[in-house]
Write a protein that binds this ligand. Structure first.
Ligand SMILES: CCCCCCCCCCCCC/C=C/C(=O)SCCNC(=O)CCNC(=O)[C@H](O)C(C)(C)COP(=O)(O)OP(=O)(O)OC[C@H]1O[C@@H](n2cnc3c(N)ncnc32)[C@H](O)[C@@H]1OP(=O)(O)O
Length: 661
């Protein structure tokens, strides 16, 4: 073989020295690579975090040859993501794969080990909820995936949980799980349809065929292309742009613009089922995949991914529910009754006296009539639907009901007819099934006064009343809050639900949380004075920002207590509940997501400042104070051991919330 050193001996001693040094450098580099490959080969898969001078943390998946997502890698990914979110010197985060490959997906070799129990798989939802949903997607720092080579299966699902994706033109992106006999289990059934549309998503999953980076860009699966040398740098800049609001901060699970309207979507899903049955009549998992995609479209991404540990993974099947009784015909009860009769359930609406009962039935009638007026329901259908509703003043007609729903804020428990452990889970499974059928999004929460939404939001009206009593203009408060993005301000809401309800539910919270409720006489006095409208008190100078913070920070504070008491399993559930149960502006990501965008330190300091001036109503709870002291996000998962999803004797409410558009 031609040896440049030997052949140059007679040519030029200086060149000789240079060549020798070059050779030495090459040998050293070759040794380094060898050592690294050797190191990789014997070490378990893992991820690393390197923080650049630009404040961008680069998380690298390392598990040669294709950076497959073994359990070690997934646990390590969770740790490095949490580390990056905690560090003050990290402003934004990029996830990438070593050696020019993003990730070949979940570690296929682990399947066998799971089956023969040589390794213990973490609990369901560990990846799709805890890592990708609640840490990456819900993060208060931007995550951008830098994709080279391939992003397949769980690898692509990790990338889709990020807020943007940069890919090389020839990278392979796909969800090939169905060819392995499983379905995309790390969120892909929800993220892919929202990024590329239902038709393309179904095609990619059912055929297991990947697309190249170039096509992925045209589909909207990735946001930009870059060469292999540039893909990480482009991702860093993109992440910083998102942070500086120069580029959109997109959570793929919440995107809806690519989802076809429900009717069209159902046609596509029907066609996909027919094609699948024709092509693979004996295979069930492709149909399961289509069902899960549909579940998410109808009821929201989280429901599609949804698994409550110890409930939906018991193999319990929902029982047939035909007749439902509702205690209370107020705004909530008549709303649930309307949703039930519209889904062809027979409903008994019980009230304490005939006046309240007629009012409740009247609300249901008005809800149905508004559909007739909008041309969404024929008069004949209206009569037929209304005939499903019966009123009651006692429990006589409850003998043959399949389910009873209590529709108030007070701390209520559904006693189970049987005392087996499964009875509670069974009731939750039944309720989830009914919730899905009436096109709501059920969120499973523990038992407490007001459950999750009313509990979190009781400070909302009370803070507004505190401001009014100190001379802030009622109209300015309502204007500031609607400008923030709520459907209406707290006083308009009071008018709508009626002062009676506001006083009754407010009284429940004063009774149960005396140390931190603000007892205002404004509404009782106005009710006494028969003034249900809006009044114009003395003016006091508060900025809209102050108004928003003085009204929502106590809500965040109460939401922290709901988490600390284990009433809710995770912050993201409270985000979903606030958006769909209270109209919290969805583009702000939910109450806890929004809070984390401001930072626990800031929120705690403001609450302390007001607590010194206005008393315990604003006092920060210990959950909030502890996180503020560490500068930690409020949405960091609470220790599941503390979760109070009570399943023995009592069952928390299932909040039937409006489903996402
Ligand atoms: C913490 C988790 C808890 C959950 C509970 C667990 C229960 C069930 C989990 C459910 C998970 C659902 C969500 C995710 C699912 C998935 O991601 S499934 C996997 C999806 N990925 C694939 O199907 C890719 C399969 N591989 C390929 O298509 C090709 O190998 C390739 C990646 C395109 C590379 O092809 P090529 O360059 O031709 O090289 P090969 O010879 O094919 O492969 C090279 C070596 O790499 C190994 N390898 C490839 N893919 C994987 C993989 N996914 N996992 C592990 N190893 C992989 C391959 O075996 C070769 O290895 P060697 O033989 O040692 O060279």
């Amino acid at each position: 073989m031609f040896d440049p050193i030997q052949s140059s001996l007679i040519i030029n001693p200086t060149a000789l020295t240079k060549l020798k040094n070059d050779r030495k450098e090459k040998d050293e580099a070759a040794t380094r690579v060898e050592r690294r490959v050797e190191h990789f080969r014997c070490s378990k898969g893992r991820t690393t975090l390197d923080v650049g001078a630009d404040g961008v943390g680069i998380i690298t998946i390392i598990n040669p040859p294709v950076n497959s997502l073994s359990f070690d890698v997934l646990y390590s990914l969770k740790d490095t993501c949490e580390q990056a979110l905690r560090r003050d010197d990290v402003k934004a985060i990029v996830i990438t794969g070593a050696q020019g490959k993003f990730s070949g997906g979940f570690d296929i070799s682990a399947f066998g080990k799971i089956q023969d129990k040589t390794i213990q798989a973490p609990k369901p939802g560990f990846v799709s909820f805890e890592i990708l949903g609640d840490i990456v997607a819900a993060a208060n720092k931007p995550f951008v995936a830098a994709i080279d080579g391939l992003a397949l299966g769980g690898g692509l699902e990790v990338a889709m949980a990020c807020h943007a994706r940069i890919s090389t033109p020839n990278a392979q992106l796909g969800l090939p799980e169905l060819q392995l006999g499983i379905i995309p289990g790390f969120g892909g059934t929800q993220a892919l349809p929202r990024l590329v549309g239902i038709a393309k998503a179904l095609e990619m999953m059912l055929t297991s065929k990947p697309v190249k980076g170039e096509e992925a860009l045209s589909l909207g699966l990735v946001d930009a292309l870059a060469s292999s040398d540039e893909v990480v740098n482009t991702a860093r800049r993109w992440a910083l742009d998102i942070l500086e609001r120069k580029r959109p901060w997109v959570i793929s699970y919440y995107k809806t613009d690519k989802l076809e309207p429900l009717g069209e979507a159902r046609e596509m899903l029907k066609f996909a089922r027919a094609q699948t049955r024709k092509r693979a009549p004996n295979l069930r998992h492709p149909l399961v995949c289509i069902d899960v995609v549909e579940e998410g479209i109808v009821s929201g991404a989280r429901t599609g991914l949804w698994k409550v540990p110890g409930v939906t993974d018991l193999g319990l099947k929902p029982r047939s529910i035909k007749k439902v009784a509702i205690l209370g015909g107020g705004l909530m009860g008549s709303g649930i009754a309307t949703a039930l009769v519209l889904s062809n359930y027979s409903v008994i609406l019980k009230e304490v006296n005939d006046k309240f009962l007629q009012a409740g039935i009247g609300r249901v009638k008005a809800n149905l009539q508004s559909r007739v007026k909008k041309g969404q329901m024929s008069q004949e259908k209206f009569e037929k639907t209304l005939s499903l509703l019966k009123g009651a003043l006692d429990y006589e007609s409850f003998r043959d009901v399949d389910m009873v729903i209590e529709s108030g804020s007070c701390d209520a428990a559904f006693r189970n007819c049987s005392h087996s452990e499964d009875a509670s889970q069974q009731v939750i499974i039944d309720l989830l099934d009914v919730g899905k059928k009436i096109k709501k999004t059920p969120v499973v929460v523990g038992n407490c006064t007001g459950f999750a939404v009313n509990r979190m939001f009781f400070p909302y009206t009370q803070a507004a009343l505190l401001l009014v009593e100190r001379g802030t203009d009622v109209y300015q408060i309502d204007r500031a809050i609607t400008k923030f993005g709520m459907p209406m301000g707290p006083f308009r809401l009071c008018d709508l639900v009626g002062f009676g309800v506001a006083i009754a539910t407010g009284g429940q919270f004063v009774l149960n949380f005396p140390e931190r409720t603000y007892k205002s006489m404004v509404i009782p006095l106005m009710q006494e004075d028969k003034r249900a409208g809006e009044t114009t008190p003395r003016l006091a100078k508060l900025s809209d920002k102050d108004i928003v913070e003085m009204i929502f920070f106590p809500v965040v504070n109460e939401a922290c207590r709901v988490l600390a008491e284990g009433i809710a399993v995770k912050a993201a559930d409270l985000d979903v509940s606030a958006v769909m149960g209270m109209g919290f502006p969805p583009y702000r990501g939910g109450i806890m997501f929004w809070a984390d965008s401001l930072g626990s330190k800031y929120i705690c300091s403001r609450l302390e400042e007001w607590s010194n001036s206005y008393g315990g109503f604003f006092k920060p709870c210990s959950y909030l104070a502890e996180r503020a002291a560490k500068g930690a996000p409020l949405s960091l998962t609470v220790d599941p051991g503390k979760s109070r999803l009570v399943l023995d004797e009592e069952i928390g409410a299932l909040l039937f919330l409006k489903s996402l558009p």
